[in-house]
Design a protein around this ligand. Structure first.
Ligand code: NAD
Length: 488
């Protein structure tokens, strides 16, 4: 499978060509095996500058095309994603470590994101009104210019599609900065965009880590920055980009609470909660991290333990991203044990036969966690769920509200009235009712609250149209002879 990597030396993609940049490089490692699969350039400010110049050069022609013309390229591109589904899926599996099925779901979601972008001509229709006799005001959405998108490791294909289809069909040109841990999927994205007919310079890729992110925040040619990653870095990026007077939306980490009530449907709840905490090895910003069990829910916890025992690393559970991630996750479990919590299912020390160098953590359920423990408060980002017991729904909502994060929250119950209370009072941007991973489907936008997102816009759906465009307001008097006061 490692032969899938066509360029063992990943290159930057600037002005429609793969170019060798960077003064230093790093290894790209597959977390499935621990093997090095490629090397990656650590680009410099000058490399970024070259990409920005290419994007600036491409902008006038690209932005002057009609929306309908630009969308045609994305119809073709979506078809290419479908045609190359197996290869794209294998790449995500190889570089990120998630299972083949999870990787395939990611490509399918990328296609859905393209479908939304292709529907822009139906949505972005602009506005015009005759404000007084013979005088009209109109609003047109105009692109910003060169924009940037910075991605995390956990969805190497999908997260780049949160931004690139919408930003490009709306007339911007883009610099993409993939996670240095998973740069391979974006290489194929660039190739397929070219095959679909995207003009050179409209989409560019600059690889690297911290230095290149800082360069993106500082470069005067970049008008807007979107970021997805941890809260720590989201804060740095948001502050730095906005202090350089750029538009910015920065999505951060999460600690999602699932409130489980005693009347919840037993099988559905247990399987949903376990799937939410263990899917993609818990490396989803929408994963269940804390289950708040309200009153008598022991029967549901017992069933969850049964469900978790069916999950086998290397079989229906992928790897975590790195050795450091495995150590961090296992460290949290050990700390919880020391703090007095009870480990019901223990994923520490997991290995996979034939892939002993890979980074695996088994599903882990920790009971009798208290809100002050680190496993209750901090983002673990692994297949681990902490159970906090609450006496009633008010206490459960209070526990959820005290989290610094606010990406998602969910309630499991068969009572509409109780579900409504959680819908109203949970302090999170995305709420699930009997849904463990409440990702809004297109055209509904994706974005959290509190320390899970900085900036006004959500990153997808209609909200992203606001983010990637600016309004031009024009007032026109069509008939100069008419004695019309335009303010009348
Ligand atoms: P990360 O913050 O470490 O890295 C994200 C990006 O920032 C990468 O491209 C990386 O190169 C860059 N970066 C890393 N450290 C930097 C620094 N000090 N200064 C400037 N740039 C830096 O995140 P990650 O580990 O790749 O991804 C996991 C995190 O992303 C989790 O916290 C997860 O919750 C979050 N995430 C959030 C969402 C969301 O929608 N809110 C979605 C996906 C992932």
């Amino acid at each position: 499978m490692e032969t899938l990597v066509k360029q063992s030396e990943v290159k930057n993609y600037i002005d429609g060509k793969f170019v060798r940049n960077g003064q230093a490089s790093m290894d790209v490692v597959s977390p499935l095996t621990g093997n090095t699969i490629a090397t990656l350039p650590l680009s410099t400010y000058d490399d970024l500058d070259e990409a920005v110049k290419a994007a600036e050069k491409a902008f006038p022609t690209w932005s002057e095309m009609t929306l309908k013309e630009r969308v045609q390229i994305f119809f073709r591109y979506r078809a290419l994603l479908e045609k190359n589904m197996d290869e794209l899926t294998q790449l995500v599996h190889l570089e990120n470590g998630k299972t083949y099925g999870e990787a395939k779901a990611e490509i399918e979601k990328s296609m859905e994101l393209c479908e939304f972008a292709c529907s822009m001509p139906q949505i972005v229709t602009n506005e015009v009104q005759e404000v007084s006799k013979g005088v009209e005001c109109r609003i047109e959405r105009k692109p910003l210019g060169v924009v940037a998108s910075i991605a995390p490791f956990n969805f190497p294909n999908m997260v780049p599609h949160w931004t690139l289809p919408n930003a490009l069909v709306l007339g911007n040109t883009m610099i993409m900065k993939p996670s240095e841990l998973v740069p391979l999927s974006v290489v194929r994205i660039a190739e397929l965009l070219k095959e679909a007919g995207l003009p050179d310079g409209v989409f560019n890729v600059v690889n690297g880590g911290k230095d290149i992110v800082e360069a993106i925040c500082d470069h005067p040619g970049i008008k807007a920055v979107s970021f997805v990653g941890s809260t720590k870095v989201a804060k740095i990026v948001y502050k730095r980009a906005t202090s350089n007077l750029k538009r910015c939306v920065a999505l951060g980490g999460a600690k999602n609470h699932l409130l489980v009530l005693p009347d919840a449907h037993l099988e559905m709840t247990a399987s949903n909660v376990v799937a939410s905490m263990s899917g993609c090895a818990g490396q989803r910003c929408m994963a269940a991290a804390v289950m708040v069990g309200v009153d008598r829910v022991q029967h549901i916890i017992d069933k969850m333990v049964e469900e978790a025992r069916k999950i086998v690393p290397g079989d229906n559970l992928g790897s975590v991203i790195s050795k450091e991630a495995k150590e961090r996750i296992e460290g949290y479990i050990t700390q919880a044990e020391k703090d007095g919590a009870k480990i019901l299912v223990d994923g520490r020390g997991a290995t996979v036969k034939g892939k002993e160098g890979g980074y695996y953590v088994g599903p882990t359920i920790i009971d009798y966690v208290t809100p002050d423990m680190s496993v209750a408060k901090e983002e673990i980002f692994g297949p681990v769920i902490s159970i906090i017991r609450a006496k009633d729904l008010n206490e459960a909502i209070d526990i959820e509200n005290r989290s610094n994060y606010g990406n998602a929250a969910a309630v499991f119950t068969q009572s509409g009235g109780l579900a409504k209370q959680v819908m109203e009072k949970a302090s999170a941007g995305m709420i699930g009712v009997n849904v463990g991973v409440p990702v809004p489907r297109e055209p509904f936008p994706f974005g959290g609250w509190n320390e899970s997102k900085f900036g006004v816009a959500d990153i997808t759906g209609r909200s992203s149209i606001e983010f990637w465009t600016q309004n031009k307001k024009t007032t026109i008097k069509w008939n100069p002879e008419a004695k019309t006061n335009w303010m009348s």
